[in-house]
Design a protein around this ligand. Structure first.
Ligand code: KIV
Length: 283
């Protein structure tokens, strides 16, 4: 069992800020775990940042299982959380359970679903079975068509009520934490005060119990990133410069240089061996 458990995450509320980052493959998860991140999250955002899709609606269970398996192999300390993709849990509780089981069997310690009120039965069932669940409200990207795009939430009384209702339902059903995405900071603060489980914000301000960022945004892989994401590095530029230099050096005959290859010191010895090998080939 890994060191960071859902119980530990719950106990961190009000004591220590929770860190969470997405990772979709073995090397990234290895680095995130070594850096001390609390939750390593195989998000369905992989549809966009890894597979180049315009939204997350086409992400399949197969993709989630595949990437969860790679991440789980790398992580020793952090909690491994896997996202339930669009339409993998909305049709029926039974289907949701079957798909959550697949992610747990691929090595996840917990699963995340978007929404709250609509999934009370599923969350209860999963928790009773022993599968820890994290909820997600505010901007829920799997519902971006209904929301009218990727926009900030919590501006109207109805939206504040809906976000609160989602969070309280998740708490009641036994979820161990809830993501608040692109929610006005005052609303995120209110939710954080109103529920006993941790809130983990993304674009939701500082008054929450933890923060989550997408790997590619945090590390500056693409030229642009969402307005709420802090770029802690500009790895896109670093990678581009390294690849361009490699390309130039191979074309110019500068790579490989002497420290990157091995050759016979005694050329006479090599010639003898090569002649014999060639003769054998001719026989
Ligand atoms: O899939 C994802 O990366 C997410 C985060 C934005 C929380 O759901």
């Amino acid at each position: 069992m890994r060191e960071v458990t859902p119980k530990k995450i719950r106990e961190m509320k009000g004591r220590e800020k929770i860190t969470m980052v997405t990772a979709y493959d073995y090397p990234s998860a290895l680095l995130a775990d070594r850096a001390g991140i609390d939750i390593i999250f195989v998000g369905d955002s992989l549809g966009m940042v890894v597979y180049g899709e315009e939204n997350t609606l086409n992400v399949s269970m197969e993709q989630m299982v595949f990437h969860t398996r790679a991440v789980a192999k790398a992580v020793k300390r952090a909690l491994v959380l896997a996202d339930m993709p669009f339409a993998s849990y909305e049709v029926s509780v039974e289907e949701g359970v079957r798909n959550a089981v697949r992610l747990i069997q691929a090595g996840a310690d917990a699963v995340k679903i978007e929404g709250g009120q609509d999934h009370e039965k599923l969350v209860r069932k999963l928790v009773r079975m022993g599968i820890p669940v994290m909820g997600h409200t505010g901007l829920t990207p799997q519902r971006y068509l209904r929301l009218g795009g990727y926009r900030i939430t919590g501006e109207t009384e109805e939206e504040i009520e809906e976000i609160l209702r989602d969070a309280k339902t998740l708490e009641r059903a036994g979820a161990f934490a809830v993501v608040l995405e692109f929610v006005l900071a005052d609303v995120a603060k209110l939710v954080t005060e109103e529920i006993s489980i941790p809130t983990i914000g993304i674009g939701a301000g500082p008054y929450v119990d933890g923060q989550v960022l997408v790997w590619h945004d945090l590390l500056g892989i693409y030229e642009s990133s969402p307005p709420f994401a802090k770029r802690y590095a500009e790895l896109g530029k670093v990678i581009f410069n390294a690849l361009s230099r490699y390309n130039r050096e191979v074309k110019a005959g500068e790579f490989p240089s002497i420290e990157h290859y091995w050759e016979y010191q005694d050329k006479g010895e090599f010639e003898k061996k090569a002649r014999r090998a060639l003769e054998k080939l001719r026989d």
